[in-house]
Structure formats: C-alpha cells, structure tokens
Design a protein around this ligand. Structure first.
Ligand code: APR
Length: 320
C-alpha cells in the first residue's frame, strides 16, 4: 500500500513540531510548505537526519511550491502569524485572513480530497474562511482547538486532584477564545464527575472555578511566558491525534471546531463541539445536553465567533 502523504502548510514552530511527530509515528511521507524560502527545506533536512537515530521511515521534503502538496491525504494548516504578549487571538484576524485565502486556494487546486485541519488563529473564524476559500466539503475541513483546550483543562485537573492525567476526561465546548466553555458536568476522573469529587471534599468549587479560568486563558499564559510566540508542542500533538483518527478511521469522539448546521441551535459556522472523526472526516456532530448556565455560556462564545465572521466578510468580498 502506498504511504500516506501529510502536507504541513506553515513550517514554523507548530509546523516543525508536527513534522517531527508525524515522522516519528511513521504516519506517512511529509511535505513542509512555507512562503519563507529555506525554512521548510532546512527543517526538512534537519528532521530527515533524525530518521537514522529514531529509526523512522518517512520522506520529509521542504518546499515553497503548492504543487508539492498535490494528492495529500491530510493537510494541517499553521500558516500565519502567532500572538505576541498582550495580543488576543482576534488581533491576528486581518493578517491571517489573507493567508487563509492563499492557503485555501492552494488546497483547492492541489489536494481537494484531503482532510484539512486548521490551527491558525483566530481559529473558529480562520477555519470557516479556509473552508470558504478552498470550497472543500464542510466535513473535510475542521479546526483544532477543543483537543488542546481539553488537554489544558485535564492537565490542571490532574494536578488539582493529584491523579494521573490518563484518568481525566475533560470537556470543553465553544469558541477557541477567552469565552470557551469548559463543561464540568461532562468532565470525569475515571468516570466520576468532578462535581461529585468536589462534593466529596476532594477539591472546592472555588478551586474548580479557578481551573476553568486558567483553562480559558491557557494559551495567553504561555504567550506571556514565551514572549516571542505562542504554544506549539501541545497544539501539534492535538492536531496529530485528529489526523490519526481520520487516517485510521478510528471514530474517535474529539472536541473540534466543526461546522454546525442546526446542532445546538446554531447554523453556518464553525465552533467547538464533540465530533466523530473517521474516514469521512467529521462524520457526526454530537449534541449533548447542557444546563441553562452552560447554554448561556455557549451563546456568549458563539456570538463572539459570529462577530468575527462578520468582520471577515467585511474584509474580503469573496466571503460576503
Ligand atoms: N503561506 C504559507 N506560510 C505562511 C504564510 C503563507 N501565506 N504566511 C506566513 N507563513 C508561515 C511563516 O513563514 C511561518 O513560518 O507560517 C509560519 C508560522 O509559524 P510561526 O510564526 O512559528 O507560528 P506558530 O507558532 O507555528 O503558529 C502558527 O497557529 O496557534 C496558531 O496562533 C497561532 O496563528 C498561529 C499559527
């Protein structure tokens, strides 16, 4: 069987980490694309030379030409600019929207059958714009946010309860921004709802609220520490899990920025929801029951996403 082809559009911090993870896991041959000349070629060479040490068989090439992503099975998009301290994800909108146009057209012309995972921020607006510009079916274009946000939530919960991260199943809904909705009612430790653990005295409501707040600001906390860019290890790991779910037809239920048409009373936008990922891409959006408070929080989050889509439409006539 021919090897799979993984195209990584954007060869910066996340792109390079994605290439390393995909090669180590022998997910397929890898093409690193970037507009910066030399960067993808240099990273591809450096990463190829890990092969003999780590013992992976993967061809890794760097390129500045979209024709090299032709026939890719999976495309992971990180092209654009990351945040600097003090910036919100939304501040990136104007610059990254133009990047999504170029990338969307590059995908449309070269690998229209690919499963496309967008990481570029502001995520929920950029994945929507990327889908519009590429013209691919909605089920084949998805945004990576929920896996990362849930992983952040799970990390903080594992620390709080003093348990293994492996036993924490954390749940985050909504947009990938400060209005995201960590849902404690669906968050469990080995099947035990965290709210029950709080009732048992294992933590307090105040501590749980603090963890929810820290999760919402989880990306910003890292930007403030790094000063020159944003998180890249966990974002890359999250997107790889989604790519593996698609390539292996795993039917994993992962929180993703998926296109909703009717679910949660929403229509025509991308927002963080639990979705089944298998060989057809996003095979189903799962609609869970929410409390009135969770519904209200989700509304605040999706209103913020909708506002950004209006801004995008104002910036590019093709989107209106
Ligand atoms: N086409 C292809 N690549 C581009 C384009 C473009 N039009 N514009 C910029 N790039 C490349 C840059 O040259 C750079 O190598 O995108 C890469 C981005 O890499 P970094 O600056 O290192 O950013 P990174 O940390 O990887 O984050 C990328 O993901 O999480 C989001 O907010 C983050 O939007 C940002 C994106």
């Amino acid at each position: 069987m021919a090897r799979k082809k993984i195209a990584l559009v954007g060869a910066g911090m996340i792109g390079g980490t994605l290439a390393h993870l995909a090669a180590k896991k022998e997910m397929g041959d890898i093409v690193l694309f970037d507009i910066a000349e030399g960067i993808p070629q240099g990273k591809a060479l450096d990463l190829s030379q890990c092969g003999p040490i780590e013992g992976f068989d993967a061809r890794i090439m760097g390129t500045n030409s979209y024709t090299d992503i032709a026939g890719a099975d999976v495309v992971i998009v990180t092209a654009g600019v990351p945040r600097k301290p003090g910036m919100s994800r939304d501040d990136l909108l104007g610059i990254n929207l133009k990047v999504m146009k170029a990338v969307g057209e590059g995908i449309r012309d070269n690998c229209p059958d690919a499963f496309v995972i967008c990481i570029t921020n502001p995520l929920d607006a950029m994945v929507w714009a990327l889908r519009e510009f590429s013209g691919l079916p909605h089920n084949k274009v998805v945004g990576m946010a929920g896996v990362l946000d849930s992983a952040r939530f799970a990390t903080f919960l594992a620390w709080e309860f003093g348990v293994s991260v492996k036993d924490v199943n954390a749940f985050v809904l909504g947009g990938h921004g400060d209005t995201m909705v960590p849902v404690t009612s669906y968050t469990t430790i080995s099947g035990i709802p965290v709210d029950d653990l709080v009732a048992m005295g294992k933590s307090s409501k105040a501590n749980l609220d603090e963890i929810v707040k820290r999760t919402r600001g989880g990306g910003g906390e890292i930007v403030a520490l790094l000063k020159t860019g944003s998180a890249y290890y966990a974002p890359a790991t999250s997107a790889i899990a989604m790519a593996e779910a698609y390539l292996g037809d795993q039917k994993r239920i992962l929180p993703c920025a998926a296109y909703v048409k009717g679910q949660y009373g929403l229509d025509g936008l991308y927002v963080g929801v639990p979705a089944v990922i298998g060989k057809d891409g996003i095979e189903e959006v799962i609609e869970i029951k929410l409390s009135d408070e969770e519904k209200a929080n989700l509304k605040v989050s999706t209103d913020a996403v909708e506002e950004l889509l209006e801004v995008c439409k104002g910036l590019d006539g093709d989107l209106a």
